[in-house]
Design a protein around this ligand. Structure first.
Ligand SMILES: Nc1nc2c(ncn2[C@@H]2O[C@H](COP(=O)(O)OP(=O)(O)OP(=O)(O)O)[C@@H](O)[C@H]2O)c(=O)[nH]1
Ligand SMILES: [Mg+2]
Length: 379
């Protein structure tokens, strides 16, 4: 098999490195979960490095994981699968720091990762990497919406297709956010997921509360099969359509008070303005997240369904200046999303009497996925 693929480059490591990739749909809790895993590994005295990934630069996730104080490299401008060489370069940067464990978070709108990332890594770098089973995190909101179909969805079928394919290719399915469920509800969801995928482990965790992580981590540190559920019949047309309906927006904004402004009020207003405009267009949110930082402090806002309650993490109070990083993945055209985001930022700034200077704003739909490597047999 090796003959048909050319290795992107040689990688060297001073010792075997455990590689843990955690996938799952946008907003499922991948960054939170990798943070929980990293903290546990650090407590065990192991060294950790991390690779984040997005279709564009300026990532809320990179800022979040930077708080862990471990080496972080970012693959921006495309997913791991389509930018495999960039993933290898990022990995190389982290390997220079001699980690015991390398953690990676692929883009949440991607699937076919067993064939295009996990197995190529095993094929080319199986001598230095010990690849962990590929976990796919699942949000209970999406189980209700896309598996049990008990709540309405505004997503088109192609997005539901990506969600199903992600679960299909998982070595381990991880139902996250169980702190939001009664034990009976959690068991009912596990049964529903088992109905879709009867032959694989389905775990229950709360990444936020650090519950169920120990057991999961044991599986990730074991030599259980990785990338063993390669998608046999993935339809790239449908997958590409599912990705393309999601408008993607990454923006950076400088906020200046006169002389100070209430950052908490700014965050609440920004979220409610964004949510109201998105709902007015009957659009669905995959994940809308922003982070306001000032000095060493930060405040984050997250929304993972258009009509759900937003979630805020951290506190800032009155600040003189701050930087806002906004990442939105919403089923809207990039133009509509850009206009909604700009207006919401300006309105929120006006409400707290601050000035907002948009430093960068990118808005687009992900392009057709064209992974350079597709290893269709388990390695
Ligand atoms: N209640 C609860 N919320 C969680 C849990 N894990 C993550 N969240 C919240 O879910 C939202 C999304 O979490 P992230 O970790 O950013 O999700 P992600 O999968 O990395 O998102 P993308 O990178 O955008 O695909 C945030 O508001 C988190 O605080 C959990 O176990 N319980
Ligand atoms: Mg993330």
């Amino acid at each position: 098999m090796t003959a048909q693929f050319q290795k992107p480059k040689e990688l060297r490591a001073q010792k075997p490195v455990r590689v843990i990739f955690t996938g799952g749909f946008l907003g499922a809790g991948k960054t939170t979960a990798l943070g929980a895993i990293a903290r546990r590994l650090l407590k065990q005295g192991l060294t950790v490095g991390l690779v984040t990934n997005d279709q564009a630069a300026n990532l809320v996730d990179t800022a979040i994981v930077n708080e862990l104080g471990v080496p972080v490299a970012e693959v921006a401008g495309g997913c791991f699968c389509c930018r495999f060489s960039d993933l290898v370069d990022a990995t190389d940067q982290i390997l220079a720091k001699n980690p015991d464990v390398l953690l990676g978070e692929p883009v949440g709108s991607c699937t076919d990762l067993a064939a295009t990332v996990v197995n190529p890594l095993k094929l080319f770098y199986g001598d230095i990497f010990r690849i962990a089973p590929f976990s796919v995190l699942v949000d209970p909101i999406r189980v209700r919406e896309l598996v049990l179909k008990e709540t309405p969805t505004r997503f088109p079928e192609e997005v539901a297709y990506i969600f199903r394919k992600q679960i299909e290719e998982a070595d381990i399915v991880v139902l996250n956010k169980i702190d939001t469920l009664s034990p009976q509800e959690a068991d009912r969801m596990v049964e529903a997921l088992k109905g879709l995928q009867p032959n694989k482990p389905i775990l229950k965790v709360s990444a936020l509360r650090d519950e169920g992580i120990e057991n999961w981590l044991q599986m990730l540190m074991s030599d259980a099969p990785a990338g063993s559920h390669i998608l046999r019949d993935i339809n790239y047309e449908t997958y590409a359509k599912g990705e393309a309906v999601l408008g993607w927006l990454n923006a950076t904004v400088r906020l200046v008070g006169s002389p100070e402004f209430d950052a908490g009020k700014f965050a609440e207003t920004l979220m409610s303005e964004l949510q109201a405009s998105i709902n007015a267009q009957n659009a669905e949110v995959a994940h809308l997240k922003f982070l306001i930082s000032s000095g060493t402090k930060m405040l984050r806002g997250h929304l993972t369904k258009a009509d759900a309650e937003p979630n805020f993490v951290g506190e800032l109070g009155e600040i003189g200046e701050g930087t806002l990083v906004l990442n939105a993945r919403v089923a809207l055209s990039p133009e509509a999303l850009s206009s909604i985001a700009t207006q919401a930022v300006l309105k929120a700034a006006k409400t707290v009497n601050a000035e907002a200077e948009i430093l960068s704003l990118q808005s687009f739909s992900p392009s057709y996925p064209k992974p350079p490597y597709r290893v269709s047999e388990p390695v």
